[in-house]
Write a protein that binds this ligand. Structure first.
Ligand SMILES: Nc1ncnc2c1ncn2[C@@H]1O[C@H](COP(=O)(O)OP(=O)(O)OP(=O)(O)O)[C@@H](O)[C@H]1O
Ligand SMILES: [Mg+2]
Length: 401
């Protein structure tokens, strides 16, 4: 490209009308005007928390439901309304929100308590003190007043997987020996999480439980329409686009976040193609793009042995027509290991890794019987052929080949 062309590209870009009015409105952290189809859950949360306004300790509350079903949004809204009423009345009611997925704030018991203390107005060093010491400081703060503290632990399953459920045992018992009372709201999208924690912790954390069911296609349409009004200029969305996004997201676990992402990416694709409207075809393209990006995210965080296995599968699949077999993959994988001085895993382990790729929808492994020669797995790639070259290059780079 001649140097001057890029300059004019940027200039044209500036003049060109964007389809978006405010892309921000499709981002996850945007605070929407209305929370639709969650009246029931909102009311249930309010019923559980309201006694805190009379300075009674509310029950602990456990919220669960699939990803993108509005748990964080609804909880943050309900607790912020509660906090603002409390503030107006000068009540000693505090709400503290902690996202346990954020490494900086909560991936050790120490960090969790340090964050809580900070939110309660007490700075402690980021490391260094014994955890016991932090508990002591917390007890002193809790005993120096008669407040009610509502501690929201979002993505609580992450924390428990990381540090065990001992801290929850402590937290749910604390109110028995302190003047100020802490209540916990735990939020998780792992539906099996609560069944795997200690029985006593389970029964105290889920004194009250609220389920967030997946949204259906009709509900997602409404959510999308509200957002699209803010996000896009008028008449930018072709008929059927919202319906198609919603249908897709409803099929995939009723996830509103996914629907919003789909609409945003479709808008970006339409804009890049200089289309005046978002068309149905842009949704298909957006769907492919999101799937692709998701694969790269997954693959880039995987251990080397996984990447070597996937690279073997892709290399064989591109070189050969039809299905490939576990044995072939293993041989290829072993030759790679030899070349790069990596100790190969067993045939068995590689089979397991292939099965995981199957679960991720990257390959399709079909078990076939070979009569008295036993069974083998016939493997095909589930990705479009066009994307194999790119993924292969990506892996080469990751692996330093
Ligand atoms: N009822 C709703 N009305 C408007 N927007 C919604 C609604 N439900 C969800 N959203 C939007 O969808 C996205 C996901 O919602 P939210 O973050 O609350 O999901 P979640 O249940 O906490 O998911 P996760 O388990 O992945 O944390 C956000 O952008 C949110 O604004
Ligand atoms: Mg959430």
């Amino acid at each position: 490209m001649a140097k001057s062309n890029l300059g004019s590209y940027f200039e044209n870009f500036l003049i060109k009308d964007s389809l978006f009015r405010s892309k921000q409105a499709l981002q996850t952290n945007y605070d929407p005007e209305a929370i639709l189809h969650r009246d029931e859950q909102m009311q249930q949360i309010a019923d559980v928390l309201a006694p805190s306004l009379r300075m009674e300790k509310p029950s602990n509350l456990f919220l669960y439901g699939n990803t993108g079903t509005g748990k964080t949004l609804t909880t943050k809204y309900a607790t912020s309304e509660l906090a603002s009423v409390a503030k107006k009345q000068s009540l000693g009611l505090r709400t503290v929100y902690i996202n346990c997925k954020l490494k900086r704030t909560a991936d050790t018991e120490y960090r969790l308590i340090a964050q809580l203390l900070r939110d309660l107005g007490r700075e402690v060093p980021a490391t260094g003190l014994p955890t016991e010491e932090l508990y002591k400081i917390l007890f002193n703060i809790l005993n120096s007043s008669n407040d009610v503290i509502i501690l929201i632990l979002d993505e609580i399953d992450y924390l428990v997987n990381k540090i065990g459920d001992g801290f929850l045992y402590n937290f749910t018992r604390m109110h028995e020996s302190t003047n100020s009372k802490i209540s916990i709201i735990g939020i998780s999208n792992d539906l099996t999480f609560i069944d795997n924690v200690d029985a006593r912790v389970k029964s105290s954390l889920s004194e009250e439980e609220i389920v967030f069911p997946p949204y259906n296609a009709y509900q997602i349409q409404n959510i999308l329409r509200e957002r699209a009004k803010v996000a896009f200029k008028e008449d930018v969305i072709s008929p059927g686009v919202i319906e198609k996004c919603a249908a897709h997201a409803a099929r995939e676990h009723g996830d509103a976040r996914r629907a919003l992402e789909l609409l945003r990416v479709a808008g970006e694709i339409a804009e890049r193609a200089s289309s005046k409207k978002i068309l149905l075809a842009h949704i298909d393209e957006a769907e492919n793009k999101i799937d692709r990006d998701r694969i790269y995210d997954v693959v880039s965080t995987q251990p080397r042995q996984y990447q070597l296995t996937l690279f073997s599968i892709i290399s064989l699949a591109s070189a050969k027509k039809g299905a490939i077999f576990t044995g072939e993959i293993y041989d290829f994988y072993k030759s790679l290991c030899d070349r790069f001085n990596v100790r190969p895993l067993t045939h068995r382990r590689i089979s397991d890794i292939i099965a995981e790729y199957d679960m991720l929808g990257i390959v399709n492994a079909k078990i076939i019987s070979k009569g008295r020669y036993g069974r083998t797995r016939e493997i095909t790639i589930s990705l479009p052929k066009e994307s194999l070259g790119r993924l292969s290059q990506f892996l080469e780079k990751e692996l330093g080949l």
